[in-house]
Ligand binder design. Structure first.
Ligand SMILES: Cc1ncc(C[n+]2csc(CCOP(=O)(O)OP(=O)(O)O)c2C)c(N)n1
Ligand SMILES: [Mg+2]
Length: 465
């Protein structure tokens, strides 16, 4: 998926029709979506040419043709590999239900790699979105309210797909292993999945009509989605490709993504004090080592880090709290214990750090070294505007509810016998991070930030698409 344009032809089904596939926004990392992200995966069966000019002579049933086309246009995927997948599609696993004759909405091809060759290939085909408008997310529920109609509609369709019956293709043992792991994950247990991915599992996902799951500004331009990912010991890395019908749409999609980035660009270099969290993100992007681990707290901490910190090192890992405020600091100590020499940066809000502040004692006593960055805006920044609005003309001072401090956490660190660096000017962030990363003890970097700064909102299309 490295080229802006890949040309493919539809298979023999409709020989007149020349299908032009353009892949845009190719370097989108999975970071906003997944617990970990790395850009630039290597793949099993490198093709000498990323531009696929012909579809292999395939024996696959016709309903898979679009999926095979997308696979064929994916970087590092060789015609021989597609050929193997294609021939597998004639033989559903014994445990699979009867194969529908409609086109699948999602095809997932997974395999291990040995000596550059793909082995243990398993193909999963997911058919039909939710029937009869049945939804997975409750319309009156919390997730629906948080995401809004448009995004929760997309999330609903995706979840609907995952919970539908899946048709498996592949060797019986491999299929059974994957089914067991998948079932365990649905039951909330990822142990088996981790064990089975000590040897990394390569995963190619193609969604011919995946564009319908995107915000409408992209939906009209993108029809397919291709994900090229790797699951190693339960941690995802990979890239997402958005597939358009023509080069012009690919450019438009690229422009939309670029415009979003540009909107934030001036804030990334802002010299304002109190400091903008955006600038703090940009400094962490620069400081995080190639194999560094970034652990983020929940709420705004998760949004700032996932949207504005670029994971640009092949071995970087991103771990993010799943809703429990305060999780990140103890989690970062755990990550450090597990990850040996790799450096760990923890991003927490001041509200969050009050939950487990005492773990500073653990860090010092056990000599566990992380860089604890506190986005210190003296309050609950995420809820601040809403709570001000809700206060209306109710008597009392709204600040009593969600503002606290001012606390100097660098001083607090010293009380615990650790180093603390207080940062009040943007130019001090870089040197402070460098200093802290060089230490073999936990260092607190307490950054005085602006509570009125808003994290990027969920992306909604402009009126009129
Ligand atoms: C245990 C728990 N308590 C409360 C919340 C609700 N909550 C989520 S984010 C947030 C504000 C966090 O403030 P802070 O850590 O200072 O980050 P900021 O928004 O200021 O960047 C709150 C109260 C939660 N998710 N979990
Ligand atoms: Mg705060």
């Amino acid at each position: 998926m490295n080229k802006m344009t890949a040309n493919c032809q539809r298979p023999a089904l409709d020989p007149q029709f020349v299908f032009r596939v353009s892949v845009a926004a190719l370097a989108l990392s999975l970071s906003p979506l997944c617990p970990a992200a790395t850009v630039g995966t290597d793949s099993s069966t490198p093709s000498s040419n990323a531009v696929a000019t012909a579809v292999p002579a395939t024996s696959a049933p016709a309903q898979y043709s679009e999926c095979l086309q997308l696979l064929m246009g994916t970087d590092h995927v060789s015609p021989a590999f597609v050929e193997r997948v294609s021939s597998m599609l004639n033989h559903p696993s014994e445990t699979s239900p009867i194969v529908p004759s409609t086109a699948p909405s999602l095809l997932v091809v997974s395999y291990h790699k040995q000596g550059g060759e793909a082995r243990d290939i398993v193909v999963q085909a997911f058919f039909d979105p939710i029937p009869g408008g049945q939804t997975v997310l409750k319309e009156e529920g919390y997730i629906h309210a948080r995401l809004g109609d448009e995004l929760s509609g997309s999330a609903d369709q995706l979840l609907g797909l995952v919970f539908r019956r899946v048709v498996y293709f592949g060797q019986k043992d491999e299929v059974a292993r994957q089914q067991r792991a998948f079932q365990a994950v649905l039951n909330g247990d990822v142990t088996l999945l981790r064990e089975q991915t000590v040897d990394p599992l390569h995963v190619l996902v193609v969604m011919p009509q995946g564009g319908t799951l995107l915000p409408s500004s992209l939906r009209s331009r993108v029809h397919g989605i291709v994900v090229d990912a790797e699951l190693a010991f339960g941690t995802w890395s990979g890239r997402i490709g958005l597939v358009t019908d023509d080069g012009e749409s690919a450019t438009q999609v690229g422009n939309i993504v670029a415009a979003w980035r540009e909107q934030r660009a001036s804030r990334l270099v802002s010299n304002a004090a109190p400091i903008l969290p955006d600038r703090l993100c940009a400094e962490i992007t620069r400081a995080l080592p190639e194999d560094g681990i970034l652990v983020a707290d929940t709420g705004y901490s998760g949004i700032w880090t996932s949207t504005l910190i670029e994971l640009n090192g092949v071995g970087q890992t991103y771990l993010r709290a799943a809703g429990s405020l305060g999780w990140s600091f103890p989690a970062s100590l755990g990550a450090k214990c597990a990850a040996g020499k790799r450096k760990v940066i923890c991003w927490t809000g001041d509200g969050a750090i009050y939950y487990h502040l005492t773990e500073l004692e653990t860090a010092r006593r056990r000599g566990i070294a992380v860089v604890l960055v506190i986005n210190n805006n003296s309050g609950f920044g995420q809820g601040w505007p809403n709570i001000q609005r809700q206060q209306g003309n109710t008597p009392g001072d709204v600040r009593d509810l969600v503002r606290f401090g001012p606390t100097n956490f660098a001083d607090v660190a010293r009380v615990f016998g650790l180093r603390g660096i207080r940062v009040e000017e943007p130019s001090q962030i870089g040197p402070a991070l460098k200093d802290a990363l060089a230490s073999d003890e936990t260092v607190v970097v307490d950054v005085a930030t602006d509570i009125d700064a808003r994290a990027p909102e969920p992306w909604l299309p402009a009126a009129g698409g």
